[in-house]
Write a protein that binds this ligand. Structure first.
Ligand SMILES: C[S@@+](CC[C@H](N)C(=O)[O-])C[C@H]1O[C@@H](n2cnc3c(N)ncnc32)[C@H](O)[C@@H]1O
Length: 334
């Protein structure tokens, strides 16, 4: 049963019914500086603002993180850090295939499309479709390679392609997006659109920092509970993904790998950027200060304290990749 605290917390999240119409945020003085997409979004109430951050305005979404410029910058930094740590953009054994004309790739929840653009440039023989529910971060068409295409799509409603379309499906850092039930639906859809002998790859973190002090432990415990209670999001989804894969008869050859992701100046330039990224994630979880019964200032103070601790204790977390192949469609005649 839901505790009183969690019920109260639910009332504090941006799902509130009584809110300003976006037009009230429209102030004439900065009208000239808004581009037409931004104006249209405001008129259509595509977004809502909460605690100074912009969120997608759809109560059916469980997405924890904002959809704004700060998040766009964070997700760009996150991509660069991930690529550096994994020494590349993927681990599935598909390099050769990607250099073959006609190979098709799907990137799900592409954000600003850094991974997609990287892959498009590196593998000009492949065609890449990148989907995201929020098109506001897509790059303009003259700023990405022509073998890349961005499509607005809510993955929960299904992937708008026929079965057996893609040779490679990539889904990365979506821990903050789906409930467990939605993950199962989305994975089924991704496997449906994956070709036989094609590969699907998941990249998700274990967000529980290791080598943490008291403050980080306190923050982590509240973070995990708040995401589950407020948005039905299990932030430990990396633990479930291998089982989801094993339960799908069509998938085989499951491989799981992990890398450590050091946090703090103790690990030089990488650790410094990694902790900045981490801090921005927590600043984006705008419901957390209220859940922890703290003011925004107190919460920021806690974050700073946590990161001092991380540096002292040489903290790190772990990122997992799981990849598997869709079984061949050939019917055995034996
Ligand atoms: C944390 S970002 C991950 C970006 C990128 N995949 C990466 O590895 O950095 C989550 C992305 O999922 C998108 N998203 C949220 N809900 C979605 C949905 N239902 N369908 C498709 N994309 C969604 C968000 O707009 C955002 O761009």
């Amino acid at each position: 049963m839901m505790s009183k605290k969690s019920k109260d917390s639910r009332n504090n999240v941006p799902k509130n019914k009584v809110r300003k119409h976006n037009l009230e945020y429209f102030d004439n003085s900065n009208f000239e500086t808004k581009d037409i997409n931004e104006v249209t979004s405001l008129l259509l109430d595509t977004y809502k603002t909460y605690n100074g951050r912009r969120f997608l305005n759809d109560d059916n979404l469980n997405c924890l993180l904002p959809s704004d410029k700060i998040e766009l910058e964070r997700s760009t930094l996150s991509h660069l850090l991930l690529r550096h740590r994994w020494k590349g953009n993927f681990c599935s054994p598909i390099k050769e295939k990607l250099n073959t004309r006609g190979t098709t790739i799907l990137d799900v929840g592409c954000g600003p499309g850094l991974w997609t653009i990287d892959m498009g440039l590196k593998y000009p023989s492949s065609s890449i479709i990148a989907i995201d529910i929020d098109s506001s971060n897509f790059p303009p068409s003259d700023q990405h390679p022509q073998n890349v295409c961005f499509l607005t799509c809510n993955a929960i409603d299904g992937i708008p392609f026929p079965q057996n379309t893609f040779d490679f499906v990539n889904i990365s850092m979506m821990w903050s997006v789906f409930s467990e039930a939605q993950w199962i639906l989305v994975i089924k859809e991704l496997v449906r659109v994956l070709k036989h002998d094609g590969w699907i790859e998941f990249t998700e973190p274990d967000p529980m920092v290791k080598n943490r002090g008291k403050k980080l432990t306190w923050l982590m415990e509240h973070f995990s509970k708040a995401c589950q209670e407020i948005r039905d999001v299990n932030v430990h989804i990396h633990e479930k993904i291998p089982n989801y894969i094993k339960e799908m008869d069509e998938l085989k050859d499951l491989t799981c790998m992990s890398v450590d992701y050091p946090l703090g100046e103790w690990y030089g330039c990488f650790g410094d950027y990694a902790i900045k990224n981490f801090k921005r994630v927590f600043q984006g979880l705008v419901f957390l200060p209220k859940y922890m019964e703290m003011s925004n200032e107190e919460f920021n103070g806690l974050l700073n304290g946590c990161f001092e601790e991380a540096n002292k204790n040489k903290s790190f977390f772990t990122i997992y990749k799981c990849f598997a192949k869709k079984a061949s469609g050939e019917v055995s005649i034996i």
